[in-house]
Write a protein that binds this ligand. Structure first.
Ligand SMILES: Nc1ccn([C@@H]2O[C@H](COP(=O)(O)OP(=O)(O)OP(=O)(O)O)[C@@H](O)[C@H]2O)c(=O)n1
Ligand SMILES: C[C@](O)(CO)[C@H](O)COP(=O)(O)O
Length: 215
C-alpha cells in the first residue's frame, strides 16, 4: 500500500509533492516501479486524496504508466489514509505500507522486510543516526543522549494483514506517526531490519534536490 494522501505542506508549491517530477518522471510512479521491480506479481494499492485521483489518472495517461493498481481515498492523517487502504486488503495477506514519497527504497530492503514480517508478523526498516543527538530538557537546556539507543525509521513497514487491521481498529491518537506505533499499541513486538540510507522521505524542497542527484 503506497500512501500519498498528504498535503505536502513542508514541500510547499502548487503541485502535490507525490506528483513532482524527479528526472522527468512523477515521484509516485517511481515509487510504484520500485515495488514492481521487487516483485512483478505484487498487488499495489495507491491511497490518494479523492480530489487528486482524476489528475493522477491523467498523469498515468500522459506518461504511459500502466502498472496495475487499485486506488483508495486519502484521509485526514496518515493513520486515516492507511485505514482506508486496508479496507482493500485481504485478511490472510502480508501487507507493506510505504510512503509514496520514498522512491529510493532498495529491492533488498523490501525483500528483507517481507521475509521478516512473514516470520514474526511485523517488520520495519531502520537506519543508524550518524550525528550526535541532543535531547531538549523541560527547563530549556539540552543534553547529549546515547545515539546508539536510537534509530531512524523508514518504510515499507510490513505486517500480517490480520494484525494490521486489528491495530488500525484502535482509536487514533497523535502519537501514531507510523504503522509500527499503531501495532505496538496492541502490545505486539516489531522487528527491525536494516534500511537503505538513500530511502529518504521527500519532505522539503532540499530533499527534491537530493532526489535529482540520487536518480
Ligand atoms: N493524510 C495523510 C498524510 C500523509 N500521508 C502520506 O504519508 C507519507 C508521509 O507523510 P509526509 O511526508 O508528512 O507527507 P505530507 O503529510 O503530505 O507532508 P506535510 O506533513 O509536509 O504536509 C506521504 O507519502 C503522505 O502522502 C497520507 O497518505 N495521508
Ligand atoms: C512513516 C514515516 O515515514 C516513518 O519515518 C514517518 O513517521 C512519517 O512522518 P510524517 O510526519 O507523516 O512525514
Amino acid at each position: 500500500m503506497i500512501v500519498a494522501g498528504g498535503k505536502g505542506l513542508r514541500m510547499g508549491g502548487d503541485i502535490p509533492k507525490q506528483f513532482l517530477p524527479v528526472k522527468g518522471k512523477p515521484v509516485l510512479m517511481r515509487t510504484l516501479e520500485a515495488f514492481h521491480a521487487y516483485d512483478a506479481a505484487i498487488r499495489l494499492i495507491v491511497v490518494l486524496p479523492a480530489d487528486q485521483q482524476a489528475y493522477w489518472k491523467q498523469l498515468c495517461q500522459k506518461y504511459g504508466f500502466t502498472l496495475p493498481h487499485r486506488i483508495a481515498d486519502g484521509g485526514e492523517t496518515r493513520f486515516h489514509s492507511v485505514k482506508n487502504g486496508l479496507a482493500l486488503v485481504e485478511e490472510d495477506a502480508l501487507v507493506g505500507v510505504h510512503d509514496g514519497v520514498r522512491p529510493f527504497v532498495s529491492p533488498d530492503v523490501i525483500a528483507e522486510c517481507y521475509r521478516s514480517a512473514e516470520e514474526k508478523g511485523a517488520a520495519i526498516p531502520v537506519v543508524d543516526i550518524v550525528e550526535t543527538v541532543r535531547r531538549i530538557s523541560e527547563d530549556g537546556g539540552s543534553e547529549t543522549v546515547p545515539r546508539d539507543r536510537y534509530k531512524l525509521v523508514q518504510t515499507p513497514q510490513v505486517f500480517r494483514a490480520s494484525l494490521l487491521k486489528q491495530a488500525y481498529a484502535q482509536p487514533y491518537v497523535p502519537a501514531f506517526t507510523d504503522d509500527a506505533s499503531v501495532v505496538e499499541a496492541l502490545g505486539h513486538r516489531v522487528e527491525l531490519v536494516r534500511g537503505n540510507r538513500e530511502n529518504i522521505k521527500l519532505t522539503t524542497p532540499f530533499d527534491l534536490k537530493l532526489a535529482e542527484m540520487l536518480c
